[in-house]
Design a protein around this ligand. Structure first.
Ligand SMILES: [Ca+2]
Ligand SMILES: [Ca+2]
Length: 266
């Protein structure tokens, strides 16, 4: 008989991550994590960037002080660096941003009682921006050169309350859709009408399909670029709100958006 079939499974966990962005999760996620886990992820991005860490899912054994099972985050490569937070239970930790180009994430569990664990992604300055100017633009990393494989970039646009956001893509060149499924399965841009991926999806595009110009319902939009492990193209440039505010109403300050009824600013 093959005794190997009966042995417990040990999941790999931790490591050194140097990509523009990436995903980390507890061992075996979304299955219950193992007891006595001790995992460390050292994230190291290019010198000029900071690292942002966002939790997508979080469920660990809970106790006051988080001494049993926990995720701890440090503002640098080792546990001697500034402690940014220690988390357990079922409340998703807040988004964390480092002050330097390195982040350490530690996950530990004790001898009993587990949970689903966690899934989080990180991204670096080259691959993300928070935009709050009334007009501006951004592009895929390295544009007009080829964008990297295996990235997950987030551009989050937040204007003052009362503004809406109009955006359009004058240049669009991603890997084509999957010819079998006719879907954007490989590389794509997705736009969400809000500040997270749980907000309504306005659309998902790939290849040379130019997205239509898009208008947010509120004052926030999220643009995500996701690429798979091979075949990259030039990417995209994206503009928002190229027109300055020239009119106003009670709720909306942007004009040249046909759905807005507004009067000239004095
Ligand atoms: Ca435990
Ligand atoms: Ca690709």
């Amino acid at each position: 008989k093959n005794e190997n079939l009966c042995r417990p499974v040990f999941y790999m966990c931790g490591g050194v991550l140097t990509g523009l962005s990436g995903v980390i999760s507890s061992p075996g996620y979304p299955q219950e994590y193992s007891n006595n886990a001790d995992c460390s992820w050292a994230i190291h991005v290019s010198n000029t960037s900071v690292v942002s860490l966002v939790f997508l899912d979080f469920q660990l054994e809970n106790n006051e002080g988080c001494n049993f099972d926990f995720v701890a985050v440090f503002d640098g490569p080792t546990v001697t660096h500034r402690h940014l937070g220690k988390y357990c239970g079922a409340d998703k930790p807040p988004k964390t941003v480092t002050t330097s180009n390195q982040l350490l994430v530690v996950f530990k569990s004790d001898f009993n009682i587990g949970g689903r664990g966690f899934k989080a992604y990180y991204y670096s300055g080259e691959c993300q921006q928070v935009l709050s100017d009334v007009s501006g633009n951004f592009s895929s990393p390295h544009f007009p050169n080829i964008y990297p494989n295996n990235i997950n970039c987030h551009w989050s646009i937040t204007l003052a309350a009362g503004y809406r956001i109009k955006l359009y893509f004058p240049v669009m060149d991603l890997e084509d859709r999957n010819s079998l499924s006719d879907e954007c399965d490989y590389d794509y841009i997705a736009v969400y009408d809000g500040d997270s991926q749980t907000d309504p999806l306005l659309g998902r595009w790939c290849g040379k399909d130019q997205p239509p110009s898009l208008i947010s319902k509120g004052n926030k939009l999220l643009v995500v670029l996701s690429t798979d492990r091979n075949e990259a193209h030039k990417g995209f440039i994206h503009y928002k709100n190229r027109h300055k505010p020239c009119c106003q109403s009670l709720l909306v300050y942007l004009c040249k958006i046909p759905i807005v009824i507004c009067k000239p600013l004095s």
